[in-house]
Design a protein around this ligand. Structure first.
Ligand SMILES: Nc1ncnc2c1ncn2[C@@H]1O[C@H](COP(=O)(O)OP(=O)(O)OP(=O)(O)O)[C@@H](O)[C@H]1O
Length: 653
């Protein structure tokens, strides 16, 4: 038989685990409903129906036609199931491997361990306790019977969470709102515990597990299984950008830069700008340098702005830093703390900010002359003019930040193209806030607050003019700059800049918003659109965490070294199907015997497995002596059973 072709086929014929070729020694049970009786059922298919368990009970947990004409055997429901025997030699628990008629193998030490009572529900405050049941469970309904006795906890598979039937919910007086996945209880996830908690504490059973809402999961079956895998991952451009940021955060420290090893609990300092040569004094008489550094206590990367040779005269100068640390705004680089230090062999002021990897200043991005480029037979302009749309975006973001600062009774005091950072697509943040408040501390600053805020507005207008003219000194040649502005930009923009830079009675930043009215709506639209784009990208990654959990289960189950000499572990029962499925997913070969490395196929199979699709596939053994037709639902059940066998073994005290 052509292994590849057989394995790749997706038969539509409805059947449960159908054996196509029976191996001589390890025969498979044709259907789950015929567990434990495969050989006999084959030879006498019309055997006494009353002796055969009803398939509906096995698959659905109950039979609607019980007592209404169904001729098959229905086990009594009220009967309390006995704890199963886990003796590997025992033949008394055939339900463990319903798919394959083979002796049951369970890992050593997996004897039943009572980990406390399984979760019970009290109905109407009465004493009746009913174990939760999962409707529509997979072929191993018998396994479910077992599992209702065991701890049903599976740290990996949330999908095994028991689902409460509506009538039970009624009895419990639990409103649907309690099951609303969107309304998670505060400080907890849907289980009331974090996912990691459940991983590390498999004994936690004293909570009621909530049903997983499958409607939250995207369609696992792409229209074309061979389609591009792009829909499962964030876009290349986003991934590349985030990857670069991550590389910057974790980049190794350049040696020999003469920076101290530790500055007040910050280590791995690395300058973000040249520290030698000719340098501009950005704060009056002071030189400043920005370093990337890691804080020892939390391991997070921060930006440290060091102002060299600063001598603190009054401790009170740090008071304004407290006010700044309280300001959190999307267009302001957040301040964490400030201190003075002698670690740099001088007396330096250090202000600690959030670090925004790969941020560049507006000056570097738009104004600094770029080297000439020669393209399409022409010399290209050094800096492309900034589109008006982008100028409005910058203007609104800055105005918003300034308003927040002014409303907090502070002034920014450095609004300059070298102190505004571009941290994402058209996303800007004002850096260096608070530095001037310490450097030029005045005990009665409030007396000058209005004046400082007016200066903020003037600096804001000058910055916008510089950006429109792409010249830092544009304000110095105001008339010429305004002419340039009028040629390239709308009168609305001209008016706003004129409002900001013209002298006159005191202005308020709030007045500006009256002038820009509808532009705000356009900006809001863009922000929301951007949010949608990012959310969509996140959606693409959503399922991947679940797939990793599935792969971890495969890793745990397959090729266990301690069962190397125990062929029944991988050659029988559920594990055999899992092994064949693993081969089907990962180890296919083409007609020339070359490995088929098709990520789409892997993702499609795993997603179908994850949701327990009814679709059937044909699994072929490596020796091509046997093949099975099973549904993903059944394979999922096998994995679930094999994994819970393992967890029971590993949790032995
Ligand atoms: N919070 C921050 N996160 C990430 N990078 C930052 C941060 N603050 C500043 N930087 C980066 O540090 C570098 C130096 O910043 P700085 O504000 O000193 O700009 P500059 O252009 O060197 O100005 P000046 O000439 O006034 O020193 C810039 O490349 C800037 O992108």
């Amino acid at each position: 038989m052509d292994h590849t072709r057989a394995a790749l086929s997706f038969p539509s014929r409805p059947s449960a685990a159908i054996k196509i070729v029976a191996p001589t020694t390890k025969s498979f049970s044709p259907t789950p409903s015929e567990n434990g009786s495969a050989s006999t059922s084959k030879s006498s298919p019309k055997k006494d129906f009353a002796q055969r368990q009803c398939r509906n009970v096995l698959i659905h947990g109950s039979c609607k036609l019980e007592g209404k004409g169904c001729v098959y055997y229905h086990p009594p429901r009220e009967k309390t199931p006995q704890p199963p025997s886990f003796d590997s030699n025992s033949q008394t628990s055939p339900q463990l491997s319903v798919h394959v008629n083979a002796p049951v193998f369970v890992p050593k030490g997996s004897t039943f361990i009572d980990r406390g009572s399984p979760p019970k529900l009290s109905l109407n405050g009465g004493n009746t306790a009913t174990p939760l049941q999962r409707p529509g469970s997979t072929a191993s309904a018998a396994t479910l019977v077992h599992n209702s006795e065991y701890d049903p906890y599976d740290p990996y598979d949330h999908s095994d969470a028991p689902v409460m039937p509506p009538q039970l919910m009624e009895g419990l007086h639990i409103s649907q709102a309690d099951f609303n996945s969107y309304a998670a209880p505060q400080g907890a996830d849907y289980n009331g515990i974090s996912a990691m908690d459940s991983y590390y504490s498999p004994h936690k059973t004293n909570f009621i597990r909530q049903p997983l809402n499958y409607h939250l999961y995207s369609n696992p079956i792409p229209p074309n299984p061979q389609a591009s895998t792009a829909r499962f991952f964030v876009s290349d451009s986003t991934r590349e950008e985030l990857q670069k940021r991550s590389e910057t955060v974790y980049a190794s420290v350049s040696l020999g830069t003469g920076v101290p090893e530790d500055v007040a609990g910050y280590h791995s300092l690395s300058p973000l700008e040249p520290t030698g040569g000719e340098r501009r004094k950005s704060f009056g008489n002071w030189h400043s340098t920005v370093y990337r550094a890691i804080k020892a206590t939390d391991g997070i990367t921060y930006a440290l702005r060091r102002v060299e040779s600063f001598r603190l005269v009054q401790e009170a100068a740090f008071k304004s830093i407290d006010a700044w640390t309280r300001i959190r705004h999307p267009n302001i680089v957040a301040i964490r703390e400030a201190f003075t230090t002698r670690s740099f062999n001088d007396s330096s002021l250090v202000v600690v900010y959030d670090f925004h990897p790969n941020a560049s200043t507006l000056f570097d991005t738009h104004i600094r002359p770029k080297p000439l480029t020669y393209m399409n037979g022409r010399i290209q302009p050094q800096n492309a003019p900034i589109p008006e749309r982008v100028i409005w975006t910058y203007l609104i973001q800055l105005a918003n930040a300034i308003k927040t600062v002014h409303d907090a009774g502070l002034a920014i005091r450095t609004i300059d193209a070298t102190k505004v950072l571009l941290t994402g697509k058209n996303r800007i943040r004002i850096s260096s806030c608070g530095v001037w408040d310490v450097l030029s501390f005045e005990p009665r600053r409030d007396l000058h607050l209005l004046q400082l805020q007016q200066e903020d507005l003037l600096m804001f207008g000058r910055l916008m003019l510089s950006l429109c003219c792409q010249n830092l000194a544009a304000y110095n040649n105001f008339h010429k700059s305004m002419e340039t502005m009028q040629r390239s930009y709308s009168s609305d923009l001209n008016n706003v800049i004129l409002f900001l830079v013209s002298p006159g009675p005191p202005k308020e930043i709030g007045n500006l918003f009256n002038m820009i009215g509808s532009r705000l709506l356009t900006e809001m639209d863009s922000m929301q659109y951007r949010g949608d784009v990012l959310e969509n990208e996140l959606m693409a990654e959503l399922e991947n965490g679940r797939l990793v959990r599935l792969l971890c289960k495969f890793g745990f189950i397959n090729e266990r070294p301690e069962f190397d000499h125990e062929p029944r572990w991988s050659e029988t029962g559920d594990r055999y199907i899992i092994r064949l499925f693993r081969d089907y997913v990962f180890h296919q070969v083409d007609e020339n015997g070359n490995p088929v490395v098709n990520l789409s196929h892997v993702l499609t199979c795993l997603n179908k497995l994850d949701v327990g699709s009814d679709e059937r596939i044909m699994l072929v053994s490596r020796d091509e002596q046997s093949c099975l037709v099973v549904s993903y639902k059944e394979i999922k059940s096998c994995i679930s059973t094999a994994f819970s066998d393992l967890t029971r073994g590993s949790t032995r005290p």
